[in-house]
Design a protein. Structure first.
Length: 180
């Protein structure tokens, strides 16, 4: 319980950093990415363009995409083929849901929750995991493909909270309530 509570405190701090580092176009994603790299140094951060190329390659095996967000966030959009994993899931439950012989790419809104989950997996011995740097916010801001739970293409992303919404280009922000 302390871990979850301290995770919530860190998410609030990450949100405050986003506001403080907001640039001229209202995006503090670069600052958040720096913070995540410092907080989770053992987690490899994969740029969205690299993942896009990996997914498009006919010669590479497709990674397992794990969306580490709450159901209301996932329901609005996710990367095509992604499986939702509860951000508070235990390592054992995650390992029971994935093919441990295949690589895993995790993502959330900006990368904090997914980097935390990647750390859990790495600490348990599963090392074939990377975090999508900037997560779904950066993916969407680049105009890359998203889908809704109905499987149809969309360009809207759940903003997580009003502070985090500033990191999404306005045309990609879904009109949705903040998650808890």
């Amino acid at each position: 319980m302390i871990y979850v509570g301290s995770g919530l405190v860190v998410m609030i701090l990450v949100g405050l950093i986003a506001i403080l580092w907001a640039g001229p176009r209202g995006t503090g994603l670069a600052g958040i990415k720096r913070t995540i790299r410092m907080r989770f140094p053992a987690v490899r951060q994969m740029p969205p363009q690299e993942l896009k190329e990996w997914l498009a390659s006919p010669t590479n095996s497709r990674p397992q995409l794990l969306d580490v967000r709450q159901l209301p966030e996932y329901s609005i959009s996710h990367l095509p083929g992604a499986k939702r994993i509860d951000p508070r899931a235990t390592t054992d439950s995650i390992l029971s849901e994935i093919d441990t012989n295949r690589p895993v790419v995790v993502y959330c809104s900006v990368g904090y929750r997914s980097s935390r989950l990647a750390t859990q997996l790495i600490d348990s011995g599963f090392t074939n995991v990377v975090n999508l740097e900037g997560s779904i916010f950066e993916w969407a801001n680049k105009g890359f493909e998203l889908e809704g739970t109905d499987g149809k293409s969309t360009n809207k992303v759940h903003p997580y909270s009003p502070a985090f919404a500033r990191m999404l280009k306005p045309k990609y922000r879904a009109d949705a309530k903040a998650v808890e």
